[in-house]
Design a protein around this ligand. Structure first.
Ligand code: GDP
Length: 376
């Protein structure tokens, strides 16, 4: 009997022990034998256990997708003719009605005159030019509207073609190109664009922020200078522009730089103050080691004949060697080009057709006249 009791107790104890130990053994299975990665051999490092992502797995197995060719976006730049659309708008209607007639009569000449005045060629330059066209018409026995418009184009091209439009550069000296003009015409932007262009043809450029009257001008120039890889020389607000420009020239000379582009103020308390200051700037900039090879008057084409009045004031103060006509892209007064040439005898050297560096282009009379005097 005792033996039976002992056997029962032993049996109960073994049963309890099995119930407690069996689940533990089951759980330890994976730890004893860690999973193996395919092709890696027995795993010895710690293996991160995360749920398998089906997409990852498929991607790993799938052959690489053929690479799509990079999309090349070529910006479509509007043509020169397109950018003169507004200027052409002033004359296009008149030219259209001239061409609609069978011959050339008094009304034709009135329309031609009106078209040129609308385009801001100015009364004096228009009268003068039409007199010359009448001579051509007589000499060539012109009697069709088409031939008349061609004669006008030829006359305008001849009048614009006379000038040398290159920007003067003396390889032996520190060249200074001075920029003058009233506020807001696009002086600072033009300097930035020219800095970039000149740097691209391999010239080293220093930009002198001589417009100390307008606080933002130096910052604006700084951004352009950085883009062009040019050195910026600036001073405190209200500082003497001549001394900043002279600093720029000294620095350029020390660095062996080719060109100093000097901004000037476009506004002072009085016109005579401004003109006195410009004369001083010009004198100082032309001192050794500097040599002023261009004094460019920047005019805003949208101001038309008003720009011409400004030009007269500036040409009295400094010897202007060329005009940069900005904003021609947004101006209906494209004929101002002819007036500048006719009344001031100063060549338009560059024209601005937009706000980017590429939008400053050399003035080409043939291209300009063909784009201006045509019908849309
Ligand atoms: P500044 O006061 O004479 O130095 O004039 P800014 O250089 O600051 O230019 C005045 C404004 O005219 C700026 O918004 C320029 O981006 C803009 N501008 C300059 N040139 C051109 C141009 O050729 N075409 C157009 N559409 N805008 C221009």
């Amino acid at each position: 009997m005792e033996i039976v009791v002992v056997l029962i107790v032993i049996g109960v104890l073994v049963g309890v022990a099995l119930v407690l130990v069996a689940p533990r053994l089951r759980n330890r299975g994976p730890e004893l034998e860690p999973p193996r990665q395919r092709g890696v051999g027995p795993a010895t490092a710690t293996i991160e256990r995360r749920p398998i992502d089906v997409d990852d797995a498929l991607a790993a197995e799938a052959p690489p997708a053929p690479e799509a060719p990079p999309e090349v976006v070529v910006p479509v730049r509007p043509s020169f003719r397109d950018r003169l659309a507004k200027a052409r708008g002033a004359v296009s209607g008149y030219l259209g009605s001239i061409l609609a007639r069978s011959g050339v009569d008094a009304e034709t000449w009135d329309d031609l005159e009106e078209a040129l005045i609308r385009a801001d060629v100015g009364v004096a330059a228009t009268t003068d030019m039409l007199d010359a066209v009448r001579v051509r018409v007589k000499e060539q026995a012109i009697d069709t509207p088409e031939a008349l418009i061609e004669a006008l184009k030829d006359e305008m091209k001849d009048r614009l073609r006379v000038a040398d439009r290159s920007l003067r550069f003396d390889g032996e000296r520190t060249n200074v190109w001075l920029f003058v003009g009233v506020n807001g015409v696009g002086k600072t932007t033009t300097i930035g664009k020219i800095a970039k262009r000149e740097a691209e043809v391999g010239r080293t450029v220093v930009v002198a922020a001589g417009d100390t009257f307008r606080a933002a001008a130096a910052e604006q120039l700084g951004m352009w200078a950085e883009r062009a890889g040019a050195t910026l020389v600036r001073g405190a607000e209200g500082a003497d522009p001549s001394s900043i420009i002279f600093d720029g020239i000294t620095k350029a000379s020390a660095q062996g730089a080719d060109l100093v582009l000097a901004d000037t103020a476009g506004r002072l308390h009085t016109k005579s103050n401004l003109m006195d200051e410009l004369r001083k700037v010009r004198r100082v900039a032309d001192k050794e080691p500097g040599h002023v090879t261009e004094t460019l008057l920047v005019l805003d084409a949208t101001t038309g004949q008003n720009g011409l009045a400004q030009a007269r004031v500036f040409t009295e103060a400094v010897d202007v060697t060329g005009v940069v006509l900005t904003k021609l892209d947004g101006s209906a007064k494209g004929g101002i080009v002819v007036a500048i040439q006719a009344e001031l005898g100063i060549p338009v050297k560059l024209i601005g057709l937009g706000e980017t560096a590429e939008d400053l282009v050399a003035f080409d009379p043939d291209e300009f006249v063909d784009a201006l005097l045509s019908v849309d």
